[in-house]
Design a binder for this molecule. Sequence first.
Ligand code: ATP
Ligand code: MG
Length: 259
Amino acid sequence: MSTKLTAASTKLTAASTKLTALSAMLRAESLHHHVATGEGPLTLLNNISLQLARGESLAITGASGSGKSTLLGLLAGLDRPSEGRIWLAGEEITAMDEEQRAALRSRCVGFVFQTFQLLPGLTARENVMLPSELRGERSAAKRAGEFLARVGLEHRLHHYPRQLSGGEQQRVAIARAFASFSGDDGILFADEPTGSLDAGNGEKVIELLFKLNAESNTTLVLVTHEQRLAERCGAHLRMAAGEIKAGEADSGSLSEVSI
Ligand SMILES: Nc1ncnc2c1ncn2[C@@H]1O[C@H](COP(=O)(O)OP(=O)(O)OP(=O)(O)O)[C@@H](O)[C@H]1O
Ligand SMILES: [Mg+2]
């Protein structure tokens, strides 16, 4: 190939990469993450690439300590990877500073933490309305009430977290995550949303996530230990020791998430 042609083809590849990154809801390219420890640097993630279309659902599974929560936090823009690039809703979050990432998160990211992380001094409704209130939305209280009704807690609006069961607290955390972004182009990250629930409440939470996912066309990224939850997702990524486990992908589905 002539130099000119090679340059043109390189340009074209770069343009098509950019286009794919823009059209995907989530794209990660060659993520590496290291932390410094007393015994020297520790690699938490090694060469992770994935891609997810709008409205899709992805399950991330793997043994304890395999890097699932670390990956989820990076993908949601809560932290920055040591190396690699991430695009969220078409914008490159790895090129942003913390303030810009916070603005993007407030527009399109909801996060359900492994521990619910509700504020103990706020009622259920106040917890759910906090993100919209911080954005200065006047209808924050009304919207929070609507989301709590959707998770079946319209009769618990004024209860404090200590007055709620574990399952109810998790449902408040999910309502807050769905109410936390302002746009209609949302992506919800949930770290073991059923981890601390009994089977019955776990089932309810799963139904709820997929119902809200379908109703609001939200993209879902879930970390889970539960096979039945992973099976409900369109794509499934298995992790082992900070890497995507090769050869164990669900045929068809991982091709949608790998690049
Ligand atoms: N800041 C940190 N400094 C040092 N090591 C860390 C740090 N954060 C995480 N790790 C280590 O990185 C590994 C991955 O942690 P991570 O929380 O991502 O695992 P996980 O797959 O979510 O596990 P679990 O299923 O138990 O929640 C663990 O071995 C953990 O001890
Ligand atoms: Mg974890």
